[in-house]
Design a protein around this ligand. Structure first.
Ligand SMILES: C[S@@+](CC[C@H](N)C(=O)[O-])C[C@H]1O[C@@H](n2cnc3c(N)ncnc32)[C@H](O)[C@@H]1O
Length: 211
């Protein structure tokens, strides 16, 4: 997508320096083989901003990984005892890092961390969501979306990550994953239940506002 130098420039000139997130980033690089999966500073700050602007109390994250995005979402929650981020991760190997990072950020009491396939868990949840952050298996995006769309409040948001797939949706439309993401983008664009705004943040982030 955007050149690395441009991404570094946006990092440098946003007020996103944060010792705790730096440590989560460092620990993720040290202990996982795919550290590039974490949201990163500008996108993380964007998640906090969205959560806080919406005064969100009920936030769902699909794909926890090492809890970088979770921490950013939790930081923006409306200050109320009922406010919570529910985050779902399919890979139990991340349990230790998730617990460690949530404790480091001091947000563990605002996060419910669940393990299993999101598709199996979402339907059992009673919440009406203010924000849903979709950031797991790209092939399954349509399933996650259909599972949550009628459980998002009017004015609530579905944020979907990686919707430009390194620019391949435009430059390499026949790439298998790019095709899946492109179909997902088309699906949201045509869905009368939402209004979509696609942003070029990081690897592309779309905002679908529930009507
Ligand atoms: C890109 S990472 C998430 C990054 C994280 N949201 C952040 O902001 O740093 C995607 C994660 O989704 C998880 N995942 C994949 N399929 C899943 C599913 N069906 N349900 C829940 N998690 C899933 C993967 O194991 C991986 O840890």
């Amino acid at each position: 997508m955007l050149a690395a130098e441009i991404l570094k420039y946006t990092d440098d000139y946003s007020n996103v320096q944060d010792n705790i997130l730096n440590e989560v980033e460092r620990s993720t690089h040290l202990h996982t083989i795919a550290p590039q999966m974490l949201s990163g500073r500008v996108q993380g700050a964007f998640l906090t901003l969205m959560t806080s602007l919406l005064q969100a109390k009920h936030v769902l994250e699909i794909g926890t990984f090492t809890a970088y995005g979770t921490i950013c979402l939790a930081r923006g929650l409306y200050p109320s005892p009922e406010s919570k981020v529910v985050t779902i991760e399919a890979n139990p190997e991340y349990t230790f890092l998730i617990k460690k990072h949530l404790a480091l950020a001091g947000v563990e009491d605002r996060v419910e961390s669940l393990f299993g396939k999101a598709q199996d868990i979402i339907s059992q949840r009673p919440e009406t969501w203010d924000i849903v952050f979709i950031d797991a298996n790209k092939q399954e995006y349509p399933d996650y979306y259909e599972a949550v769309i009628d459980r998002v409040r009017p004015g609530g948001l579905i944020l979907s990550d990686n919707v430009l797939w390194s620019g391949k949706v435009v430059y390499e439309p026949n790439d298998v994953d790019a095709r899946v993401i492109h179909r997902y983008n088309e699906m949201l664009h045509r869905d009368p239940r939402v209004q979509v705004l696609m942003l070029t943040i990081r690897d592309g982030l779309s905002i679908a506002v529930r009507k």
